[in-house]
Design a protein around this ligand. Structure first.
Ligand code: NFE
Length: 578
């Protein structure tokens, strides 16, 4: 008989995700993904001026702090037929590339690495050998024996004081941890460096959007005026500083993140055959336009759908198709006026927040009924995985040069076949690969912005349709975006100048959702089936696969349930293990 275990929360930050998994003969045979927070920001923006909505919905999350704002202004621009000036497109692209780089580096070191890296093994490491290892894979200057010796001493003090602080919880000493002591020390050193580094990259947002988190935007363009001689505008000094920040980030990615990723991955190649979703369906909306959002061929991030792992055919997405993108609530704690079995296209979407489900504390969810606050999105009725792996696979399948070169070179370095991408390792590797690309593209966008300014083009916003009296009585729009965790879409219906309906279908909504009315699992659930579990009381293997998606439940449901008080619980056979 299968054992059911509960991991709640499985996320390190970014909202509460609960996984219930059934384990039999050392493998996961069934899995359920649940969010214990309610979705409600969509209700807050009803009746508001569409030009203000971005500022509310951006607060769904403090991690992907820009993406909901950009998806929102794009939805309004799409509804009203507004085309933004090229400088605004470039500024938004630079903000987004900084977001991907920041988000992915933080995910790798602070949200995922400790599933693979054993902090306590650092004490066994030889700093001289660690230095030799670091210098053999990168020219990053902070690699001397003395530097690693200092880091080792810092960790030693943590351990001796008995106060492990940020390292207090982890699967230390677990048999699935495979790194040599020196690789652990190198990774922990860079974990600490990345904590420092991240406060630099966010300055890109403060220069172009005034602040971080939650930079400022404006429907029609950007609110940061270009004036190379004015202290208050985007002037020569700020533009030069912006270039330095982007270059420094590119160096960190190529000299620290990627060498670490490849070094760690080389010890975990078996994870190239674990954690792939059995459906092998991938979706990407595409993003980073270089010649207007309406021109999909100009996007740096590809758009399309892969079905059943067949990379020889890319399907197109029609956003207006009522049977294309739909959300279901059969297994979610929401009702639809027309009943719980049918799906709704998001322009007709409903967010009913009259929750009547179980209240914590509860031992196990009744997964035969509703079991999550995440709704279940589907494309043409099919579950879809979104995220870096989807983008990399679709870009590769489309033969886009940037993707092909990088993917082929990395597979050769790791000596694994292309099928290894359909896995936990593939997800984590794809995130690294796209960070290399987005960092490089950020510099390209920056250079294009400078060229425009040098040529005398300083236009940042198109305010032709700012006045609501020029709007149609009713309009509908969709704002698509590739957020760090995957395809994001905001959907607005405008009536008489006000927001009549608003829906946000977020990357983690696609990946973390519960089953649909046909009983089909969603990506997290499907990816866990077959995962080997060495010790059900310490299920680090489940964390590895779920964290490889980089869950963000704050985004997926948009609002905390004020009654959701359970903070930390891992249960095994009804016994609280941690
Ligand atoms: Ni809260 Fe997000 C991203 C969005 S959720 S982090 O990336 O949108 O999947």
């Amino acid at each position: 008989m299968a054992n059911r275990i509960v991991i709640d929360p499985i996320t390190r930050i970014e909202g509460h995700l609960r996984i219930e998994a059934e384990i039999q003969n050392g493998k996961v045979v069934n899995a359920y993904s649940s969010s214990t927070m309610i979705r409600g920001i969509e209700k807050i923006v009803e009746g508001r001026d569409p030009r203000d909505v971005w500022a509310f919905v951006q607060r769904a999350c403090g991690v992907c702090t820009t993406v909901h704002a950009i998806a929102s202004i794009r939805a309004v621009e799409n509804a009203l037929g507004i085309v933004v000036p090229q400088n605004a497109e470039l500024a938004r692209n630079i903000i987004l590339t900084a977001q991907y780089v920041h988000d992915h580096v933080v995910h790798f070191y602070h949200l995922h690495a400790l599933d693979w890296v054993d902090v306590t093994k650092v004490l066994d490491a030889d700093p001289a050998k660690t230095s030799a290892l670091a210098q053999s894979i990168s020219s990053w200057p902070k690699s001397s024996p003395g530097y690693f010796s200092d880091i080792k001493n810092r960790i030693k003090k943590f351990v001796e004081s008995g106060q492990l602080g940020i390292f207090a919880n982890g699967y230390w000493g677990h048999p699935a941890m495979k790194l040599p002591a020196e690789a652990n020390l190198m990774a922990v050193a860079h974990y600490l460096e990345a904590l420092e580094w991240q406060k630099e990259i966010v300055k890109v947002h403060t220069i172009l959007g005034g602040k971080n988190p939650h930079p400022h935007f404006v429907v029609g363009g950007m609110g940061s005026p270009i004036n190379v001689e004015d202290a208050g505008g985007l002037n020569t000094d700020k533009l030069a500083y912006l270039g330095k920040l982007l270059k420094d980030a590119d160096t960190f990615v190529n000299q620290v993140y990627i060498p670490d990723l490849l070094a760690i991955a080389s010890f975990y190649k078996d994870w190239g055959a674990i954690g792939g979703s059995s459906y092998k369906n991938f979706l990407s909306f595409g993003d980073l336009p270089t010649n207007g959002l309406s021109n999909k061929d100009s996007y740096k991030f590809p758009s399309g759908v892969i079905l059943n792992g067949d990379i020889s055919k890319i399907h197109e997405i029609d956003f207006t198709d009522a049977n294309g993108i739909q959300e279901f609530v059969k297994n979610s704690w929401y009702n639809y006026k027309g009943g719980k079995d049918k799906g709704l296209h998001p322009w007709m979407g409903e967010t009913d927040i009259n929750y009547t489900g179980p209240k914590p504390p509860y031992d196990m969810l009744d997964v035969n009924k509703e079991y999550s606050f995440v709704k279940t999105p589907r494309w043409q009725g099919k579950p879809m995985e979104v995220g870096p792996l989807a983008r990399v696979l679709i870009g590769y399948a489309k033969g886009m040069t940037d993707y092909k070169d990088l993917v082929d070179a990395t597979l050769a370095k790791l000596n694994v076949p292309v099928t290894a991408l359909f896995s936990t390792l593939g997800r984590t590797a794809a995130r690294g690969l796209e960070t290399v690309l987005t960092s490089k593209w950020g510099l390209e966008f920056y250079n294009s912005l400078l060229t425009n300014i040098r040529n005398g083009d300083t236009k940042m916003a198109n305010m032709d349709k700012w006045d609501p009296s020029t709007w149609p009585k009713e309009a509908k729009g969709v704002g698509i975006q590739e957020a760090p965790r995957g395809g994001l879409s905001h959907w607005i219906v405008i009536k008489d100048g006000k927001t009549a309906n608003y829906q946000m279908i977020v990357p983690t909504t696609w990946n973390a959702s519960p089953r649909d009315p046909q009983g089909q699992m969603s990506p997290y659930e499907a990816a866990l089936i077959g995962t080997p579990i060495a010790d059900p009381k310490n299920p680090v293997e489940i964390l590895r696969t779920i964290h490889s998606f980089d869950p963000c439940l704050a985004c997926a449901v948009h609002l905390y349930d004020e009654n959701g008080k359970i903070l930390s619980q891992i249960q095994v056979d009804g016994v609280c293990a941690v």
